[in-house]
Design a protein around this ligand. Sequence first.
Ligand SMILES: NC(=O)c1ccc[n+]([C@@H]2O[C@H](COP(=O)([O-])OP(=O)(O)OC[C@H]3O[C@@H](n4cnc5c(N)ncnc54)[C@H](O)[C@@H]3O)[C@@H](O)[C@H]2O)c1
Ligand SMILES: O=C(O)C[C@H](O)C(=O)O
Length: 345
Amino acid sequence: MKLAGCGLRGCRIWQKTPVTVLVTGAAGQIGYALVPMVARGLMLGPDQPVILHMLDILPNAEALNGVKMELVDAAFSLLKGVVATTDVVEACTGVNIAVMIGGFPRKEGMERKDVMSKNVSIYKAQASALEKYAAPNCKVLVVANPANTNAVILKEFAPSIPAKNITCLTRLDHNRALAQIAERLNVHVGDVKNVIIWGNHSSTQYPDVNHATVVTKDGEKQVRELVTDHQWLYGEFITAVQQRGAEIIKARKLSSALSAASSACDHMRDWVLGTSKGTWVSMGVYSDGSYGVPAGLIYSFPVTCDKGGWSILQGLKIDDFSRAKLDATATELVEEKSFAYSCLQ
Ligand SMILES: NC(=O)c1ccc[n+]([C@@H]2O[C@H](COP(=O)([O-])OP(=O)(O)OC[C@H]3O[C@@H](n4cnc5c(N)ncnc54)[C@H](O)[C@@H]3O)[C@@H](O)[C@H]2O)c1
Ligand SMILES: O=C(O)C[C@H](O)C(=O)O
């Protein structure tokens, strides 16, 4: 914190030191939705000044500069500086938070594996830059797909960044699950909590409501008690969350952007500022073997956050149906990880 003038004679207020936030792929759709949210304090809080570092590739340099012009024009009071660059070293220098959205998008006719091999090389190069130039204790959120596996590669090639600081986005899936339950029960989404997304940000993810609750006028109730149609919970609900990204691509001809950006803010805000008491969220984090998930994967778990750190929520009962789902998505991640490594040979 430092003492800063508030503009009135004789007035001094304590102002926090700005936090530097890197957004890669900032000229893309999610980047364009995200940077104003960060500049408005939706990621780090309404009293936290920020400096934005925006990275994109050379063919998008002009568009990136346009985003910078708009940020300046919006006159955000929390925004203390903007760097728009195609130089990865300049982009990574001194960053406290890195939101990695940049990557090669899947194009028509391309297999998931084609995209993976391109993105794995990008994440290897950017890991090295973050390792060398980011601020100590930089927190990383990988959004670009395949998000979990890009995060694994980033961790591998930035060995001095603590594994606890490298995460991937499954909060969008978590929010989608909350929204599906809220719609089904005709309640406000803010009254639903503690769903879980297990595993990969892909169609093998397992949205689990076994421990989820809803605040009602008669107190907190289990989702399983309120949604009496268990066939729906075991079938349509799971598929709806797993397939929501594809459904949005079908409708928009583009992948989700505003919801992805908003969820990225939710992820970082809870990580930095903490989750509320009795509430957990889903984050793709480094597996320590909890719940029988192979150690070393970046896997989505239920986590609680406190004092800038996260912990995997322990001790939840996993029934046989869930066990099979947790294992299936872990198997996919093991295969993706091994394919990603083979791309680097
Ligand atoms: N995890 C999630 O929940 C989630 C949700 C939605 C989208 N996504 C993924 O996020 C990614 C971005 O989506 P989008 O809609 O913003 O895509 P987009 O194509 O609009 O934007 C991507 C941007 O990345 C830039 N880029 C490409 N290579 C780069 C590099 N090496 N360094 C820096 N920038 C680079 C591109 O030029 C482009 O501006 C995609 O991989 C998408 O699948 C993830
Ligand atoms: O970009 C995609 O493939 C979909 C995206 O990850 C989403 O979940 O909306």
